[in-house]
Design a protein around this ligand. Structure first.
Ligand SMILES: Nc1ncnc2c1ncn2[C@@H]1O[C@H](COP(=O)(O)OP(=O)(O)OP(=O)(O)O)[C@@H](O)[C@H]1O
Ligand SMILES: [Mg+2]
Length: 291
């Protein structure tokens, strides 16, 4: 079983934030850290612009960026083992490959490129939920630690790996775990439908408690809040994330296991939450084709 954390480094501030986050997690988990920089040389190798010196310049720049990343990691956690890997290729593809050696892949929410309004870069989007290991999308650290981790659940087995990750993180950090289960009446029914809302609410509370029961037993030292809400899951999770240090979701929910790309909740959470988000591949999620 490979035992290291891989972090993607592109020289951006969010990329360096990711290095700091990954160094802290490597310390918590007692595993080494590998900083990976991917130089994407191919866009410049078109016949009209034969500029091999550009490749050299890009590689030299990446060397410097990786040295800076190593310094950040060592300064933050002097006792962890840090290594560096400079690769060439397509960043998302190389990082997905590197994740094969890792227990976790860490990236920044944004990088060097992208248009100003985007909240999530294409590399982050192309790795989240696309590898068998958890992918952490790091957002700027809040001024104060909240001492709380949020995990989303939907009563189905697909979110068990996310629960496993969230309970482990809560245990390692000594944090409270807020387990958010958001439910709503099917949209088409909601308008003219009458029902015993209180009975429904209690039934949903039971669904959450049943899913949490075995985890509470396994982690008796973790304080768990079962937070059952009648709301859209993306709204509920993003709101809870505003008061949390980390928000954990599965890559797919109960209804979207057939889809290769992320489920709508994990996709929505990545776009709307302001805190650091870990996407954990759902149980039985399909393996995406390599790009
Ligand atoms: N070339 C790279 N090498 C290693 N890691 C990278 C590379 N590019 C991006 N990353 C990782 O992915 C994170 C998000 O960067 P991403 O490229 O997705 O955003 P962006 O540059 O803002 O947008 P885009 O590249 O889609 O225009 C970075 O913070 C970094 O952790
Ligand atoms: Mg980029």
């Amino acid at each position: 079983m490979p035992d290291l954390i891989v972090v993607g480094v592109d020289g951006s501030v969010p990329g360096f934030d990711a290095v700091a986050w990954a160094a802290d997690d490597a310390f918590r988990m007692h595993v080494p850290l590998r900083n990976v920089g991917v130089v994407e040389t191919w866009p410049y190798q078109v016949p009209q612009i034969p500029a091999p010196e550009w490749d050299e310049a890009l590689i030299e720049n990446s060397r410097k960026v990786l040295a800076q990343a190593e310094e950040i990691a060592r300064e933050r956690q002097p006792t962890i083992e840090v290594s560096t890997e400079l690769m060439t290729g397509t960043p998302a593809a190389v990082l997905r490959e590197q994740a094969g050696d890792a227990i976790e892949l860490v990236v920044g929410g944004r990088g060097l490129g992208g248009f100003a309004g985007a909240v999530l870069g294409s590399v982050s989007m192309n790795v989240a939920g696309q590898v068998p290991v958890p992918v952490v999308v790091v957002r700027p650290r809040a001024a104060v630690a909240h001492g709380e981790i949020v995990v989303g659940l939907d009563g189905s087995p697909t979110c068990e790996p996310a629960l496993a990750y969230a309970f482990r993180q809560a245990e390692l950090r000594g944090s409270t775990l807020r387990a958010v289960y958001a439910w709503a009446l099917p949209f088409a029914l909601a308008a003219g439908f009458s029902c015993d809302f209180e009975a429904l609410r209690e039934a949903q509370q039971r669904v959450a408690e049943e899913q949490l029961a075995s985890w509470r037993e396994r982690y008796p030292q973790v304080k768990v809040i079962a937070d059952v809400r009648c709301a859209h899951p993306v709204d509920a999770l993003a709101a809870a994330g505003d008061r949390a240090d980390l928000l954990v979701v599965g890559s797919h929910g109960r209804s979207a296991i057939g889809s290769i790309v992320l489920g709508s909740v994990s996709r929505g959470v990545l776009h709307h939450a302001h805190c650091t988000v870990t996407v954990v591949r759902a149980k039985d999620a399909p393996t995406p084709a390599r790009r």
